[in-house]
Design a protein around this ligand. Structure first.
Ligand code: ZN
Length: 573
């Protein structure tokens, strides 16, 4: 047996490695190892800590998740009031702000720190001797809520600052947000599970951070950017806001790479134009850079007089509706999508927008060839907001729900209590392919190399018709190699990643099955309460309803799924 010293050394080195890879992945956006290798490091550390509980420490990466749900959030009084910024809606309002600053300071010789304004939730992180001690939301600016255990799940936030000579107390201010791609992915999953959608990334970030159960927060992909620094024990920080952010970056906190220090009105206006045309189209904030001058300018009741958030107008355009496409989801739900003449909005060419469901089509009173108004503000998905009825041709035909499945031709079904229109043919190719894509997806079996296109191809070629077929592909190795575009090497890699995917966590396995209404959160509840899987095969509705977090509709859906004998075979062979 290894000596305790050796074990401790090993634990420390694993922790450092993991935090290093967190930094590469979440702060630099430049990972060095695969998710799989990362998971192996975590597993090894967890195992060592469980075998040697005396070596567990609060700053270990294993402590980022796994704390028990809270009953409620505690209040927290901020050491310094947290202000929110006043907005400038256009150039005129920005110039008003600038004129007032020049007048109040009696000079035009002032530097401004300009940075993108991330649209998320403002938080305060208090570090004592380098250790994250308490994290809270802004709340009303004076009193917020303690969300330390949720903040710990965000891997770009250091639990411990790995630098010497840091002040006894550091108060870091920043924004917790969700990237657009993660927001779209989350909403896609929620749509498939018929859960309510988040309106925009900001709502998704706020909803995820204010979860009593940190396990839910941990699964949402939240990011953090620092934008401010204070302390009650240290007076020697730089007097420049810009340099304070440099310092935060040195300490390992993510700060925006797009920030700039600018001095003239023209430069600031140009920078705003540049960002307006950039991909993400983020509004940005402008602060007097000198902290001493900030104090002279002071505060209004809610906002500092030395800073302003200059917003972009949401981009809107009129265009012509060309068609409405009806797609079939893996649960059979029909989703209408508007197809229109391409328009440029907020830096992107857009030619389609989801209409979500037929109630929305009705609300818009959508007709073919209508002139429509499409809006896209910054990070938000494009949306058809209205129809210009005056421009409608008198013979225009209204958009009506299809009667038959656009893929398999089966008569569509509408339950009396629901908005959704669905195909109930379980062998509808759209449903089968959708289920297979879900099964191999990142949060399910996560089979690297088996993407949506390959599923389509293998389905069409007849190699994969159900989950079990995926694990039988190895028997068809030679046939696969002979398919054009594939070589021996790529097929070998694919078969290896299929074999590797069998080492799957139980809740992910349940999630992969694609049971209606069972997203990752419900899958975890099922895994925690019904293990091994045989317990699910004989499940009763009553035992499901006993679980906090599972309601009537979900219980019924799970019960119906496992009642079907065809669903009782574990597809792994
Ligand atoms: Zn169908």
């Amino acid at each position: 047996m290894e000596s305790k010293e050796k074990i401790l050394e090993k634990i420390k080195s694993l922790r450092e490695k993991i935090e290093y890879h967190n930094y590469r992945y979440y702060v630099l956006d430049n990972p060095e190892i695969s998710d799989y290798e990362y998971d192996l490091l975590m597993k090894e550390l967890e195992k060592l800590e469980n075998e040697n509980p005396e070596f567990k420490t609060p700053d270990s990466p294993t402590q980022r998740i796994g704390e028990e749900p809270l009953k409620k959030f505690e209040n927290f009084t901020h050491p310094f009031k947290m202000y929110s910024l006043a907005n400038a809606m256009n150039e005129g309002e920005f110039i008003q702000f600038l004129t007032r600053v020049y007048k109040d300071l009696d000079t035009k010789n002032i530097s401004f720190s300009c940075e993108p304004k991330f649209d998320g939730l403002a938080v305060e992180l208090i570090y004592k001797n380098g250790m994250l001690e308490i994290a809270s939301t802004r709340g009303n600016g004076e009193v917020g809520e303690v969300i330390t255990q949720n903040i710990k799940t965000i891997k770009s936030i250091p639990l411990k600052i790995n630098k010497t000579n840091i002040p006894e107390e550091l108060i870091v201010y920043g924004e917790v947000l969700m990237y657009k791609k993660d927001f779209l992915e989350l909403n896609k999953e929620r749509e498939e599970n018929e859960e309510p959608l988040f309106a925009n990334p900001r709502n998704a970030a706020a909803g995820s951070l204010r979860q009593l159960d940190p396990k839910i927060t941990a699964r949402r992909k939240l990011r953090f950017f620092a934008y401010g620094l204070k302390s009650r024990t240290e007076n020697n920080f730089s007097n420049s806001h810009y340099e304070r952010l440099d310092y935060l970056k040195e300490l390992g906190f993510p700060v925006s790479d797009e920030r700039k220090k600018l001095s003239t009105k023209e430069d600031i206006i140009n920078y705003h134009r540049e960002l307006e045309n950039s991909r993400e189209n983020l509004p940005y904030e402008i602060k007097v850079d000198d902290i001493y001058l900030q104090e002279i300018l002071g505060y209004d009741a809610k906002t500092p007089k030395w800073a302003i958030a200059w917003k972009f107008k949401p981009a809107k355009a009129q265009t012509l509706l060309k068609d409405v496409e009806f797609s079939v989801g893996r649960q059979g739900t029909i989703t209408p999508t508007a197809i229109f003449e391409p328009v440029f909005l907020a830096g992107a060419k857009i030619s389609r927008a989801t209409l979500h469901n037929f109630d929305e089509v009705k609300r818009l009173d959508l007709h073919y060839d209508d002139t429509i108004v499409v809006e896209r503000s910054g990070e938000v998905i494009p949306k058809v907001i209205e129809v210009i009825k005056e421009k409608r041709h008198p013979d225009a035909k209204p958009v009506v729900p299809p009667e038959k499945c656009p893929v398999c031709g089966t008569q569509l079904f509408k339950s009396s209590d629901k908005v959704a229109l669905r195909c109930i043919n379980s062998s509808c190719p759209a449903i089968v392919k959708g289920s297979l894509k879900h099964f191999v997806s990142r949060n399910a079996f996560n089979i690297e190399g088996l993407g949506e296109e390959l599923i389509e191809r293998f389905y069409e070629e007849g190699y994969i018709k159900n989950f079990a077929d995926i694990f039988k592909l190895k028997e068809k190795r030679q046939n696969l190699i002979n398919l054009d575009r594939f070589g021996e090497k790529s097929i070998n890699n694919l078969l290896t990643s299929i074999e590797n995917s069998k080492k799957i966590e139980y809740f992910r396995f349940i999630y992969s099955l694609g049971i209606p209404y069972v997203g990752e959160e419900t899958a975890r509840l099922l895994a925690d309460n019904f293990s091994p899987i045989e317990k699910l095969y004989n499940i009763t509705k009553e035992s499901l309803l006993d679980i906090y977090g599972i309601g009537d509709t979900v219980a019924e859906s799970i019960y119906q799924y496992f009642k079907n004998d065809a669903n009782k075979n574990i597809p792994i062979t």
